[in-house]
Each structure stands twice: as structure tokens, then as C-alpha cells.
Design a protein around this ligand. Structure first.
Ligand code: EPS
Length: 354
């Protein structure tokens, strides 16, 4: 009943805490015969890593991943793939002042009330450090999806605070620290983030994601609809507060005559459905957006209580992300990849085909 695993036929279990000796994952159900190296996983981990620019947490983790099981002579063997990463740059003393206090807006409060114990060092298990392993596992899934179906998954920054990104060229996302698909807006993002950091505040972000070349038929009626499982995948990421599929909440204001995606000569004329009808993929691109809240670990004083019920003023020290949504881009891609790969394997089980 602890739910540290994700997926049914492709199942990823993650473990470890932000300031523990190491983090890791076990990927069970991954098919045999795919070539994989630590170098490929590390390259993907680098996309998510802290300390790459002044706009994210300055904690410097090498994310030197070790493959300790499930790969032989450079290929997956069909056995559980176990990956480990040592934590080498945790500064637990930053957290000593808040060890009995709850940061407003943070999982500190609920973890303490639920478990009666909390690893206050960096938020323990509730830390975004855990997402490292999702990206490691997601890298394998992305490669498998590309190899077998030419499925390509791309996420990008759609909005940061009140800055909306327009005119998107997705080929640019890895050329800048924001995963921004429009290079002309990068100076605005830089100055926005510099002002925010000086103030000591944080802000949210909207991350867009698409999956291209997804076959028709993925998703299981009725409690494992593809859109429901994508929403679960995305909402399980730290700080996520909302998921939209296709037109999402905008569909509330649309007429049915507009929202329905007409078909001419076998071609959909629009994609308000986001590539999913009745919980099953249509063969169109899967389109989703994920909202990330502003992070709650701030040096700006805030009113809260401690675990004894006393009123306190909380100030958080340490190296925190002023916009955790930026680093969420590779995590969103990974969760999409793990969901789609799991559903392809499930589709094979239900319909007897890949
Ligand atoms: C995080 C706080 C910071 C981030 C961390 C997530 O770490 P610390 O525990 O040192 O204060 O650096 O992110 C990572 C280390 C990572 O690899 O993503 C938090 O509060 O979630």
C-alpha cells in the first residue's frame, strides 16, 4: 500500500531521499534486447540537473548513474533493471532551523501528520530529487518508443509566471536554460527570473508536452483511460497542480461544433481532443499541459506553526529552485514516455499485438 511504484506491465519503483546516501530505481518488465549505456542515461539526467544555470537550485549533483542489474554486454536482458545514484552534495545543516517547523505550502505538514515522523533534510522523500530516477527510467522508455514506433516526445516551457511563450520552435528547447521554444523571449525570462531571485520569491510554470506517432488504440476502458493515466503520471510529479489534455479547460467555452475534430479523407482537421477519444489514443499527437505551483521553500519569512502547535515565523535557507517548473520539462517527457510504453505493453496483452 505504499505506492512507490508506477505502471502495470512496465513498472518503475523509485526509492531514496534527497539527503540520504543514494537514490535509485528498479524498472521491471522492460523488454530484453535494447542497447543502453550509462552515458545515454547521464545525458538525459543532465537536462534535468540542478546547477546548470543561475535560474535553478545551485546544488551540484553529478548524477553519476550506475546500472547494477538487468543489462549485460550493453543490452537489456529482460531482468529488473536497477539504477543507483549517490547523493554527494546535500547540505543538511541548512534545514536544522526548520526541523520542527512546517513550511507553509510544503509537504512537511502532511508528511508529519500522516507518518508522525519526517525526514526534514531537504524534504526527504517529498523532494524533487526523487524525479532524477523518473528521468533515468524515462530515458530508457523514450529510446524504446523511438526504436519500435518512432514515437517522439517533447515538452517545453509554455508559460513562466505571467510570461506566455508564443511562436514555438521546438527544435530550440535544448539551446537555453528555460527549455523555451522561442529564443526572442529568453531575455525577458532572464530578467524576470533575476528580479524574482533578488526578491527571494518563487513562481509557477505551465509545461506543454506532445507525443508524436502514437499508434491508435492505447488506453483501457474504463478505469485506465489513457488520459486518466497521463493525468496520474503528471500529477505525481512534485509541485504539479493541474493537467489539461488537448483543449483542456478551454473546452468549457467551446461549442461542440468547434470542439469536435472533423475528419476528411481519413485526416483529422483539428486536435482539440489532444489525441485521445474515449480514453483511447486516436493516432493524432497526444497533447497535454501541466501546471506547476511556485515552490514553497523561500527565504522570505512566513507565518506557520511548529509540530508542537506554536506559532512561528519560518525562513527557509538553502539552494532552492525559484521556478521548479523549468526543470520539470524532462520529467514531464519521462512520465509521458513511461505511461505510453506501459500502455503499449498492455495493449499487446489485451489485443494480442504491439
Ligand atoms: C529541493 C531542494 C533543493 C534542490 C532539490 C530539490 O535541494 P536541497 O535538498 O539541497 O535543499 O536542489 O533538487 C535536487 C537536488 C535535484 O536533483 O532535483 C526540494 O525542496 O525539492
Amino acid at each position: 500500500m505504499s505506492y512507490n511504484s508506477f505502471g502495470k506491465l512496465l513498472q518503475v519503483t523509485t526509492f531514496g531521499e534527497s539527503h540520504g546516501p543514494m537514490i535509485g530505481c528498479v524498472i521491471d518488465g522492460f523488454p530484453a534486447g535494447m542497447e543502453i549505456s550509462t552515458g545515454e542515461i547521464k545525458a538525459e539526467l543532465r537536462r534535468r540537473a540542478t546547477g546548470k544555470s543561475r535560474h535553478t537550485s545551485q546544488r551540484r549533483e553529478k548524477d553519476d548513474v550506475q546500472i547494477v542489474s538487468g543489462v549485460f554486454e550493453g543490452q537489456t536482458t529482460g531482468m529488473p533493471i536497477a539504477l543507483l545514484i549517490e547523493n554527494i552534495d546535500a547540505r543538511s545543516k541548512d534545514y536544522s532551523l526548520i526541523k520542527d517547523q512546517f513550511r507553509p505550502g510544503h509537504a512537511d505538514f502532511t508528511y508529519w501528520h500522516k507518518f508522525g515522523i519526517r525526514d526534514y533534510r531537504g524534504g526527504g522523500r517529498s523532494s524533487a530529487r526523487e524525479t532524477t530516477m523518473r528521468v533515468a527510467a524515462g530515458m530508457l522508455a523514450k529510446k524504446w518508443l523511438k526504436n519500435h514506433f518512432n514515437i517522439v516526445i517533447t515538452a517545453w516551457l509554455e508559460q513562466l509566471g505571467d510570461i506566455k511563450i508564443d511562436k514555438k520552435d521546438l527544435s530550440l528547447i535544448d539551446d537555453n536554460p528555460f527549455f523555451c521554444p522561442n529564443s526572442t523571449q529568453i531575455p525577458d525570462l532572464e530578467s524576470y527570473m533575476d528580479r524574482l531571485r533578488k526578491k527571494g520569491d518563487s513562481v509557477g510554470a505551465n509545461i506543454g508536452v506532445q507525443a508524436c506517432n502514437v499508434p491508435i488504440g492505447l488506453g483501457e476502458p474504463v478505469y485506465a483511460k489513457l488520459d486518466a493515466e497521463i493525468a496520474l503520471a503528471m500529477m505525481s510529479i512534485n509541485a504539479s497542480k493541474g493537467v489539461e489534455i488537448g483543449a483542456g479547460f478551454d473546452s468549457v467555452g467551446q461549442y461542440g461544433s468547434v470542439h469536435r475534430d472533423e475528419i476528411i479523407d481519413g485526416e483529422f482537421q483539428s486536435n482539440y481532443a489532444g489525441g485521445i477519444l474515449g480514453g483511447i489514443s486516436t493516432g493524432q499527437d497526444i497533447l497535454a499541459n501541466v501546471a506547476f505551483k511556485p515552490t514553497s521553500s523561500l527565504r522570505l519569512p512566513a507565518k506557520s506553526i511548529d509540530k508542537f502547535g506554536n506559532n512561528v515565523t519560518v525562513v527557509t535557507k538553502g539552494r532552492h529552485d525559484p521556478c521548479v517548473g523549468i526543470r520539470a520539462v524532462p520529467i514531464v517527457e519521462s512520465m509521458m514516455a513511461l505511461t505510453l510504453m506501459d500502455h503499449i505493453l498492455r495493449n499487446n496483452a489485451v489485443c494480442g499485438k504491439y
